[in-house]
Design a protein around this ligand. Structure first.
Ligand code: FAQ
Length: 316
């Protein structure tokens, strides 16, 4: 790449060449802010996203299911940590991100504000929620900010495993008794629409999309990714034997897209405003975990202080 005279030009060249912006590179303040916003919201989603499934670890129907679920929930914690680290490279302190989440100032994905009353919800979350996460996140592996894009590569590999485990839970239920099949269908009925909402508001109501796409943070619009997701689900739903709860869902050969019913955007904006079924509970549990974990942070900080002192003495 040719070196140009101003940092602004160098930034534009990196974007135009599909290269990566790295932490020490100059970047526009608005680019930095957008990344901090998106990456921190994403990190919070992974951490809050541990709660709906964590709820079932003690009640998983077998030892094998318990081990798999525990590993999955641990993976989500790992994703949160990579993402917090990526946001820290942009100058955002981790403590502030945590505080903003606990204080209710930071957003996290709408999807984690719904309850998980049955075991089939573990299947529906894996199949639909991790499925939507993959559709949305595979293009983020090519995001223009290096630390975010690299974190996404590993996250996507793990999410695709998660999706298959969810599919497999639903498949087992669908091959079981009538009651199990009803339980699986009921979970799909409850999670289908919220999973479509994960992609964000419709394109014409998405204030951040145009700029994020110009900066190559986002590669596709919210509606484009939603369509991709539905196209992926239709054959999988057939294989499972479940019905997607939209009577108007059908392939339109003329437009080359799926026609579908209008999403209930009032519900989406209500959940974003904190009025979803589980918003208050999710924040309460996160705040409580943070407070009861204070002694671990203090012990780790004290250990680090002693280690630093020891190596200083060794050098002296
Ligand atoms: N929930 O202008 P846009 C997971 C907000 S996957 C809450 O379209 P943008 C894995 C948006 O932030 C879930 N808020 O925004 C897992 C903005 O608000 P602001 C997390 C939403 O950023 C699976 C406003 O609406 N994935 O955790 C939502 O261009 C199973 C206007 O929207 C990611 O975060 C929503 N659904 O596009 C874990 C992926 N949608 O900040 C556990 C990375 C929109 O202006 C178990 N993020 N908003 O006040 C993205 O790709 C983007 O940020 C979008 C939104 C597509 C989510």
């Amino acid at each position: 790449m040719t070196t140009s005279s101003t940092p602004e030009e160098r930034f534009e060249q990196i974007i135009a060449a599909d290269s990566r912006v790295e932490p020490r590179d100059w970047m526009p303040e608005a680019y930095r802010k957008t990344l901090i916003r998106q990456i921190s919201q994403h990190a919070h989603s992974e951490i809050i996203g541990m709660q709906p499934e964590g709820n079932w670890i003690t009640r998983a129907p077998s030892l094998k299911r318990k081990a798999i679920l525990m590993a999955k929930v641990q993976d989500e914690a790992g994703h949160g940590l990579y993402l917090y680290s990526a946001a820290q490279t942009l100058g955002m302190p981790r403590e502030q991100m945590t505080q903003d989440l606990i204080d209710g100032k930071a957003k996290y994905s709408s999807i984690f504000n719904y309850p998980t009353p049955t075991w089939a919800d573990m299947g529906a979350i894996g199949w639909l929620v991790d499925g939507a996460a993959i559709c949305n996140q595979v293009p983020l592996c090519r995001a223009s900010y290096g630390p975010y894009a690299r974190a996404m590569v590993r996250i996507c590999k793990e999410e695709s495993f998660h999706q298959r485990q969810g599919f497999e839970i639903l498949l087992s239920l669908m091959q079981g008794t009538d009651a199990q099949r009803r339980m699986a269908q009921d979970a799909v009925d409850r999670w289908y629409w919220p999973s479509l909402m994960m992609f964000g508001p419709p394109d014409e109501q998405s204030p951040n999309s145009a700029q994020s796409m110009a900066w190559k943070i986002k590669r596709f619009s919210n509606d484009e990714l939603r369509q991709r997701f539905v196209s992926m689900l239709v054959p999988q739903a057939e294989a499972l034997g479940v019905t997607l709860p939209d009577p108007n869902l059908r392939w339109n050969a003329e437009t080359g897209r799926y026609d579908m019913s209008e999403i209930d955007w009032t519900e989406f904006f209500d959940v974003l405003a904190g009025r979803g079924p589980m918003n208050a509970e999710r924040r309460r549990a996160r705040r409580e975990a943070h407070e009861s974990g204070a002694w671990v942070r203090e012990a780790a900080a004290e250990y680090a202080r002693k280690q630093a002192l020891r190596s200083e003495r060794a050098v002296a």
